[in-house]
Write a protein that binds this ligand. Sequence first.
Ligand code: FES
Length: 113
Amino acid sequence: MPKITVLPHPELCPEGAVVEAATGTSICDALHQHDIDIDSACGGVCACTTCHVIVREGFRSLNEIEEDEEDMLDRAWGLQPLSRLSCQAILQETDVTVEIPKYSINLAKEGHQ
Ligand code: FES
């Protein structure tokens, strides 16, 4: 089973974590299965950006980005070349390392009003 190394996030995972998940699982589901409560406002149907992660290692091992994911990602806070929507990023055999951005769009809005 591939491992996901989660870099420390102040609220969701202060110490960082290493979790395992079955091949074919989305990164978002895998994190939820291990009580890392990344936002998923749309329920994992590629209609928000709250599940945005940056895949620091293993990016190329994931399934290809579809057009609708790319369109949605364009609106994500802190977009980077290695960004994915974690509900659309499906684990293959390879371990990955992910960073959960400090803000999602929801929180960024709240923080700047
Ligand atoms: S949970 Fe909304 S796009 Fe992933």
